[in-house]
Design a protein around this ligand. Structure first.
Ligand code: MF3
Ligand code: CO
Length: 254
């Protein structure tokens, strides 16, 4: 199908979906305190979503052969990199970090975003990991602009992660986004500057670096979704949906 360019009206719909994503993540983040279960976070997301007349893009999502995703939100604690499934058995504790990842459809368009937040006071290395992951995302967004190339984004992310000595997960990628959650192009977190597809105004992409305090290797648990670091090291993930503009990138969902 190729990369779909969005017009102004379509970008406006994506921005509205992005507003819902931000509101849902804000409500979920506010509940990220010791003692909360991730099932409770999922209920909060469902409630906020229903109030705003949007639907989760994750619930029932079923990429080739995998069982349908069974929750509204992804909640990924500590060594879980992405796609953690909310559960009554997962209770947040002081010192944990949790990735909260959410996308919704509104007016036929999708926006996707994630953040990793601290539960109470966390260790200095964990704090640094969160800061580095956010900085990687910010650098990738800054690398966007008309005429820049996809490889510039991966190069910006991998250079910053590498300089800090962090592991960078390569097995999961960012993606184009629009009428569907996953569109072309794939948006890798590694790359060579000056290579890859050229970005054009009206392209909309989700950029999502995943860093670890250990290696890059990950595996998927028997539940078919939960992605964990192979070495058990802490991992962090953050994601924005952005639109390429005439001048750079416009964040539609954060
Ligand atoms: N942000 C992730 C992605 O773009 C979330 C997908 S989670 C799922 O792939 F639950 F929908 F699978
Ligand atoms: Co995504």
């Amino acid at each position: 199908m190729g990369i779909v360019i969005k017009n102004t009206a379509e970008l406006e719909k994506m921005r509205q979906a992005g507003e819902v994503v931000r509101a849902v993540l804000d409500a979920v983040e506010a509940a990220c305190v010791p003692g909360t279960t991730t099932a409770e976070l999922d209920r909060i997301a469902a409630r906020e979503l229903a109030r705003r007349g949007a639907v989760s893009a994750y619930t029932g999502y079923r990429p080739g052969g995998v069982r349908a995703y069974p929750a509204v939100l992804c909640t990924s604690i500590n060594h879980v990199v992405v796609h953690g499934i909310p559960s009554r058995k997962h209770v947040l504790r002081e010192g944990d970090i949790i990735g909260i990842d959410f996308a919704c459809y509104k007016h036929g368009f999708c926006a996707d975003a994630a953040r990793t937040v601290a539960i109470g006071i966390i260790s200095a290395p964990a704090r640094d990991l969160l800061a580095a992951t956010r900085a990687c995302l910010a650098r990738a967004v800054s690398a966007c602009g008309p005429g820049s190339r996809l490889g510039d984004l991966g190069a910006a992310i991998s250079a910053h992660a590498g300089a800090g000595g962090y592991g960078l997960v390569r097995d999961f990628l960012g993606h184009g986004i629009g009428r569907r959650m996953h569109e072309e192009p794939a948006v890798p977190n590694v790359g060579t500057a000056g290579t890859g597809r050229r970005l054009k105004p009206g392209m909309t992409i989700a950029i999502e670096p995943m860093l670890t305090l250990g290696g890059s290797a990950v595996r998927i648990l028997d539940d078919q979704w939960t992605v964990v670091t192979d070495d058990g090291a802490l991992a962090a993930h953050c994601e924005h949906t952005v639109a390429i503009t005439d001048h750079g990138a416009d964040v539609l969902a954060a």
